[in-house]
Ligand binder design. Structure first.
Ligand code: CTP
Length: 420
């Protein structure tokens, strides 16, 4: 019996099918299995043949308190390990670590081991936690496979940046077991109210926002000082791109007005690249004229140099004073003209978070504000996770630390409640 103080309350009594593939990160699957068990979940483990090289079936059997499944048949007695019944048994299929190889096979439907056949049969939500070297993760093939799987409803716990087994440093390290457990917990908590199967979710999502058009602003604007320097922020655009992708997955027509970022355009999204706050203002206002709503995620510069030098400003021994002029507030402009359209704003704060966000809600006439505080670990710029609070006129709703893709899904769900 678990007490009500479990960190993962939605896991209690749930059937989690833990898939382990051949990655060095397989050792973390032991910790993950323990967390799931401690939270009261019933865990069964399916390993790919290569995964056995990284962690022993004995370890996983001991921790999960269930026999480990690797082969289609038990070599001892010929008993058939039915992937269909495993898929039916599971409330969630969690593949952690998921190698580039397994992700590629999942995308194409290759069924050459028990884990893959189980995936193809599973009707429950499917979560993958990729783990691989940074170049493998960044490769267009892997990214395309992940996008395609996400389009089909597979949930992705994004890998973290850090030191990798290869000795290189970059993105590819499997998310920590605690983050993965929290991800599954919040997914299952939501699944109690939203019946989600990975295929069904996709079909239903496709219909939900069909016929609606949204504008999303994302990334950082660039305010030129001279041909070489500029003023900008640390925004990477990840949150806005995740929202644009999620809206498109739900069937909406999406115009993404994007400042500087290195991100690929999400599938099904029309992207307009801009540089300055002035350019973003013009592109967004034009797109909003034909839209049902807008999500203002961009980090727009509030000030821009009053004069831009045509030539590189050369240094001398004097101090340099730049005169900055205010830029136009895009969100406030839309807010004054929004009518019954939906307008969502962001507030990134370092102090007096709730008060500042409430002021923005009123000043810019947002329907709700997504507040993130730079004081929260895992929130804000660069990372793949975010910790946000929704603030509207009825009050506030604090969300746990989630992958940005999951935060995007929550934002889109909230938008839907305003539209319908
Ligand atoms: N925003 C905008 N146009 C601007 C400035 C901000 O559309 N020129 C939008 C942002 O995209 C965000 C919201 O307004 O959705 C709040 O942005 P933020 O920079 O936090 O607030 P500011 O209004 O700039 O206030 P402050 O700098 O005082 O925090």
């Amino acid at each position: 019996m678990q007490s009500g103080r479990s960190a993962y309350p939605a896991l209690e009594g749930r059937h989690i099918l833990l898939g382990i593939t051949g990655s060095i990160a397989a050792y973390k699957a032991a910790v993950l299995c323990r967390l799931l068990k401690t939270a009261g979940a019933d865990v069964r483990v399916v390993m790919t043949p290569l995964a056995k090289q990284f962690i022993t079936p004995l370890t996983m059997a001991t921790l999960s308190k269930n026999p480990i499944l690797v082969e289609f048949f038990d070599p001892e007695n010929g008993a058939w390990n039915s992937h269909v019944s495993l898929g039916e048994w599971a409330d969630c299929l969690l593949i952690a670590p998921a190698t580039a190889n397994t992700l590629a096979k999942m995308r194409t439907g290759v069924a050459d081991n028990l884990l893959l056949t189980t995936y193809l049969s599973a009707r429950c939500p499917v979560v993958v936690a990729p783990a691989m070297d940074l170049d493998m993760y960044a490769h267009a093939a892997t990214q395309e496979n992940l996008r395609m799987l996400a389009d089909r409803g597979v949930k992705i716990v994004e890998p973290a940046e850090g030191e990798l087994a290869s000795g290189l440093t970059g993105k590819g390290r499997m998310a920590e077991p605690e983050e993965i457990a929290a991800f599954v917990d919040s997914l299952l908590a939501r699944a109690e109210t939203h019946i989600e199967t990975h295929d069904k979710t996709c079909d239903e999502k496709k219909k939900r926002l069909q016929g609606k058009r949204f504008v999303v602003t994302a990334g950082a604007t660039i305010e030129a000082i001279d041909p070489v320097r500029f003023i900008s922020t640390h925004s990477t655009g990840k949150m806005g791109y995740a929202i644009a992708g999620e809206l498109a997955r739900c069937g909406a027509e999406v115009i993404l007005v994007s400042g500087r970022t290195n991100l690929p355009t999400p599938a099904g999204v029309e992207r307009h690249d801009v540089l300055s706050a002035d350019e973003m203002f013009d592109a967004t206002v034009e797109a909003f004229a034909q839209a049902d709503g807008a999500v203002m995620c961009a980090a727009v510069a509030d000030y821009t140099p009053a004069e831009v030098s045509d030539t590189k400003i050369k240094k001398n021994d004097d101090e340099l004073t730049l005169t900055l002029r205010r830029t136009r507030d895009i969100a406030a402009h839309l807010g004054a003209r929004k009518g019954d359209r939906v307008l969502v704003g962001f507030a990134l704060e370092t102090d007096h978070e709730a008060a500042n966000a409430e002021a923005k809600l009123a000043r810019k006439n947002f329907d709700f504000v997504v507040l993130n505080s730079l004081r929260d670990a895992g929130a804000g710029f660069r990372g793949d996770t975010n910790k946000v609070t929704f603030i509207d006129r009825a009050g506030c709703e604090e969300l746990p630390l989630l992958a940005k893709t999951e935060v995007a899904a929550r934002i889109v769900e909230k938008i839907e409640t305003l539209l319908f």
